[in-house]
Design a protein around this ligand. Sequence first.
Ligand SMILES: Nc1ncnc2c1ncn2[C@@H]1O[C@H](COP(=O)(O)OP(=O)(O)O)[C@@H](O)[C@H]1O
Ligand SMILES: [Mg+2]
Length: 306
Amino acid sequence: MAKRNIGMWLYQNSGGDVIQKKMIKKLKEREIEVLPNINLKDALAKNGHIIYEMKNKNLKLDKLDLFFSYNAGEQTPYQVYLYKALNRIIPMINSYEAFEISEDKFHTSFLLRKNGIRTADYKLCNKDDTYRLQNIMQKWEKMVYKPVDGWGGIGVTKIDNIEALNMLIPFLNQINLKHFYVEKYVDYDNTDYRIDIVDGQFVGCYGRKAATGHWKTNVTSGGSVFLREANDEIVNLAINATKVLGLDIAGVDIIFDRKKEEYIVLEVNGIPAFATPEQEKLGLNFNDKKIDLIVDLIDRKALKKG
Ligand SMILES: Nc1ncnc2c1ncn2[C@@H]1O[C@H](COP(=O)(O)OP(=O)(O)O)[C@@H](O)[C@H]1O
Ligand SMILES: [Mg+2]
C-alpha cells in the first residue's frame, strides 16, 4: 500500500505539543505521514482546491487522505468555514457534521432527547417570545440560561426567581440573539463526570467539582479536577450519546440528578482536552490509551491507496 498523508491541527498548549509528537511517531510506524499544525485560517480556497503554503510549496489539502482537527482554542469562523468544505472531499476527524452539532447546545440536546438519551429538560424559544420564559419559570422555579455556542461556563446564568428573569431579559434583548435557550436547573451535588470516548470505546474518566459556594464545575469557573471512577451506567450513557451525535471523539459530561435519581448528559464536547502534565501527575493516566485509539481510528479512516 502506498504511503498515506494526513493533515493535523492539534492545540499546542497544555501539553498538546507532546501528545502531537507521540501521535506522529506512532502514525509513521504505520506509514502514515503527518503534516502538522495546519491551521485552515491560513489556507486559500481556489478553483476546487484548498491550498496551504508550506515551506514555499503549495500543498493541496483536498488531496490529503484525512484531516485531524483538534484545536478548540484557536477556532475561527474562516477556519470552520473551510472545515466544512474540506469535509465534503476527504475524511475528517471529527466529521464536520458531528462537530457542528456538538458546537451547539440546543442541537445537541435536541438530537440526544430525540434518541432517548437523558439530558436536562430544555426549552428553546424565539427571542420575541419572552412571555414563554415567564411561563416556563413558573413551572420550573429555577432555570439556567445558556448561550448555545458557549464554553467554560461563560454566560451560563442561574435564574432563581421571576425578578431575576425580568432583569435578564432586557440585557439579552440588547445582545441581538435569535433565540433563548434555557434548561431546568438540575439538583445535583456540584460535581460531574467527564467521560472520554474514542471510536465508540471508553478511554478514561475524571471528575470536576465546583468551588465552594459555586454551582458550575468548569475549571475556568473555579472548579477543580479530581480522580473519579466511572461505572457501567455512566460509560454506556456516554458511549450512546457519542454514537447518536456521530462523533469519533468526544468528552461527555454527566451529572447525577438527585430529584429524578438518574444520570443525565449535561454536555458533549467534540474536542476534549488530553490530560495536562499537571493532571497526569494527579493520576489521570488515559493519554496513552487515547493516543493509541486515535491512531487506530486515523489508520482505519484515512483513504486507502494502492
Ligand atoms: N441544567 C443545569 N442544572 C444545574 N447545573 C448546570 C446546568 N447546566 C449547566 N450547569 C452547570 O454549569 C456548568 C456549565 O454548563 P455547560 O452546559 O457545561 O456549559 P459550558 O459549555 O460553558 O461548559 C456545568 O459544568 C454545570 O456545573
Ligand atoms: Mg461544560
